[in-house]
Design a binder for this molecule. Structure first.
Ligand code: BEZ
Ligand code: FE
Length: 291
């Protein structure tokens, strides 16, 4: 039987895949061997699937070089790339297995800072950040519904111009803080009503989004990190119901279960803690269930 040219081509391509996959066989680290073998199989399948041209391969290499060039202590273009490809969210999904009605996790993002100020229950995390005041309250419970007292709750968000404190040239700390749930697992604080903002898009990732006609905008959100020694650490956000960006979040972070009502109140409406607010303010509730 004669072999056609296309059969011979497929045989050569597959032979290369097997050669590379088996080059990891004697790795002393079994997990590394598994990861590399699978990565190679998927990468080769991708190249064969799209019949990658050598020009395209060069573009990809140049893209990675530029991502490296722009990356420093404050800017991490490779994480951003992972975010816009949805691979950050897929890694989070794999590592935060669904358990009962535990609150869903979402992307961490680059703007968390260790050592935020502590505020009491009902305290104000804005520290002068501009924006409409927003009262946030809720509970922290476990999967059985029992309250989780003394859970660490870190919160951080952008101001009304869509900027985090760390994006300003001064060294302000604003719109971020931590607090602890009380003996009944309850918490509350004043923040600011979340506003949409773009992910950093002045680098290669921004160019990629532009080339494919995708927006760099994130749906408006407020970040939470909730931690307690007896429970799985939760990194998540809440989103604003009605935000038109919910369906096109640049990093695929939106989960329907994390979309909350932010009720708007006219000026002069009494607040839950008796504070006087000059203008409008909003109010939301986020009940957190830890796995
Ligand atoms: C953020 O929400 O802070 C964020 C997440 C992913 C990429 C850029 C920003
Ligand atoms: Fe954010």
């Amino acid at each position: 039987m004669t072999t056609s040219a296309s059969d011979e081509q497929a045989r050569r391509e597959q032979e290369l895949v097997e050669l590379v996959v088996h080059s990891f066989d004697s790795s002393p680290d079994a997990r590394l061997q598994q990861v590399m073998a699978s990565l190679v199989r998927h990468l080769h399948a991708f190249i064969r699937d799209v019949r990658l041209t050598e020009d395209e391969w060069n573009v990809a290499i140049d893209f990675l070089r530029r991502a490296g060039d722009i990356t420093d202590d404050r800017r991490q273009e490779f994480i951003l790339l992972s975010d816009v490809l949805g691979t950050s969210m897929q890694t989070i999904a794999v590592n935060n297995e669904a358990r009962g009605h535990a609150t869903e996790a979402t992307v961490f993002g680059p703007f968390f800072v260790e050592g935020s100020p502590e505020v009491p229950i009902g305290g104000d995390i804005s520290f002068g950040a501009t924006g409409e005041p927003c009262w946030v309250e809720g509970s922290v419970t476990d999967l059985s519904g029992a309250p989780v007292p003394n859970a660490l709750i870190e919160v951080w968000e952008a101001d009304e111009d869509g900027l985090y404190d760390v994006q300003y040239d001064d060294d302000r700390t604003a719109a971020r803080a931590h607090l602890h749930s009380d003996e009944h697992g309850k918490y509350s604080f004043w923040g600011i009503t979340p506003t949409p903002y773009p992910i950093p898009h002045d680098g290669p990732v921004g160019q990629l989004l532009e080339a494919v006609g995708r927006s760099p905008m994130r749906a408006a959100h407020l970040h939470f990190l909730v931690d307690h020694p007896d429970h799985r650490r939760l990194v998540t956000h809440i989103f604003v119901r009605g935000d038109e960006l919910l369906g096109t979040d640049a990093v695929f972070g939106v989960k329907e279960s994390l979309v909350k009502d932010f009720v708007q109140h006219p000026p002069g409406t009494p607040t839950p803690d008796g504070r006087t607010v000059d203008g409008t303010w909003s109010q939301t509730r986020f009940d957190i269930v830890l796995a």
